[in-house]
Design a protein around this ligand. Structure first.
Ligand SMILES: Cc1ncc(COP(=O)(O)O)c(C=O)c1O
Length: 395
């Protein structure tokens, strides 16, 4: 641990030359020169040096042999310890699986517990990966509308009304991308009771669980005794540590039965899928040696969040709630008189700033009329982006 090491998340830390070469998925390497991409949620800052050093050290030994199908013991132990200590979950390394991204973790859980014709409850709006995975395995999604305002308490009755004898799975995304909601212990308790009443499995996507802003605090569904034996945690390293390109993730099952079903469904035992060793080594170093970096990153993000939300709310016709977690702002643009797609095109073509329009294919139908903006960058980039947007909206 490096509790006293100061990390400066200043603009000079950002290597634009490398981002333009390496950052794809709607970001610097995928947009025209001169465009600022506040798009996919992926930080502009380099990862913690301890992570790079761990990868280099492992690679220097020049043995890059197969890992166990379920992942390296060191990774599984680090992940389970992290979850026990930081999230209060009584989990075991024995039921923890290394997988090649949170995206694959979601898919593997859907494959394990959904057959053709089954149904899974998916929030609306939420990241597209849930609907995508449910449908990929031949099941159907039942959409549960959630408020855009993260402060609004959830009424779960409409969710329970969706449950029928084909319903098998509830897909929970906590914190919720794109609204930035962090669910309270009471809300999770009520959802757990519904899951118990109907014997449903809960897929709890916790990839954003480190990115929670004060005064909110994170509660993992798996830490609630009433939900623990039916909750499968999926998490990853793309958001907290900036390791998206490594494709590292983890699945934490509560018991042997659920663990076995996931391992069988994952394709990892046949080596068709699996998490590469360098990604596991990097993720282990992140959990064990980069907490000082993460804490300061979150402090920086909280400041960027406030700048972004204030700048959005200063634009006539735009309304943005303050996200409690996630480094994205989800703004309602309906009163501008433009659709989200029109704002996206106008800002891209005239201000040279790219955002994600709230299209059903990204977040579900309830995202319409909204745009999503990632603020995991420097103050300078955010100021420049909003300077350009402000000039445009005054024209
Ligand atoms: C809620 C959620 N789950 C999963 C993912 C995918 O993460 P990974 O890069 O580990 O596949 C994302 C990425 O945006 C996300 O927002």
């Amino acid at each position: 641990m490096h509790p006293t090491t100061d990390v400066h998340f200043g603009h000079e830390q950002i290597r634009m030359d490398l981002l333009r070469e390496r950052a794809f998925n709607l970001r610097w390497a995928a947009v025209e020169p001169g465009v600022i991409p506040l798009t996919a949620a992926d930080p502009d800052f380099p990862c913690a040096p301890e992570i790079a050093e761990a990868i280099a050290k492992y690679a220097r030994d020049r043995y890059l042999s197969y890992a166990p199908a379920e992942g390296l013991r060191s990774f599984r132990e680090a992940m389970a310890a992290y979850y026990q200590e930081r999230k209060g979950v009584h989990c075991s390394a024995a039921y923890t699986i290394a997988c090649d991204s949170a995206a694959f973790g979601i898919y593997a859980v859907c494959k394990a517990f959904l057959n053709a014709g089954d149904e899974a409850i998916v929030f609306n709006p939420v990241d597209f990966l849930f609907k995508h995975s449910v449908e990929l395995v031949g099941a159907r999604t039942q959409l549960f509308d959630v408020p855009i305002d993260p402060q609004q308490t959830i009424d779960w009755q409409p969710l329970e009304d969706l449950v029928n004898n084909r319903t098998k799975l509830i897909c929970l995304c906590n914190p919720l991308n794109p609204t930035g909601k962090v669910f309270t212990a009471e809300e999770l308790h009520e959802l757990a009771i519904i899951a118990e009443r109907h014997n449903l499995i809960i897929l709890s996507d916790e990839i954003w669980s480190d990115v929670v802003f004060t005064p909110n605090s994170y509660v993992s569904m798996a830490s609630l005794p009433e939900a623990a034996d039916r909750t499968i945690v999926v998490t990853g390293f793309s958001k907290s540590y900036g390791l998206a390109g490594l494709r590292a993730g983890a699945i934490i099952a509560p018991n042997e039965t659920l663990y076995e079903s996931i391992m069988e469904a994952s394709g990892q035992r046949s080596t068709v899928h699996g998490c590469n060793v360098l990604a596991q080594v990097a993720a282990t170093a992140a959990l064990q040696h980069a907490q000082y970096w993460l804490e300061q990153f979150i402090d920086h993000l909280q400041h960027m969040r406030d700048l972004t939300v204030d700048a959005l709310n200063a634009i006539p016709g735009i309304h943005c709630h303050v996200p409690q977690g996630c480094y994205v702002a989800f703004a309602n643009v309906q009163e501008t008189g433009f659709t989200a797609e029109e704002i996206h095109s106008r800002w891209l073509n005239e201000a040279r700033v790219a955002v994600v329009p709230g299209l059903p294919r990204w977040f579900g139908a309830n995202a319409s009329g909204h745009i999503r903006i990632s603020f995991a960058t420097s103050e300078q980039v955010i100021q420049e982006a909003f300077h350009r947007i402000k000039n445009l909206s005054q024209q």
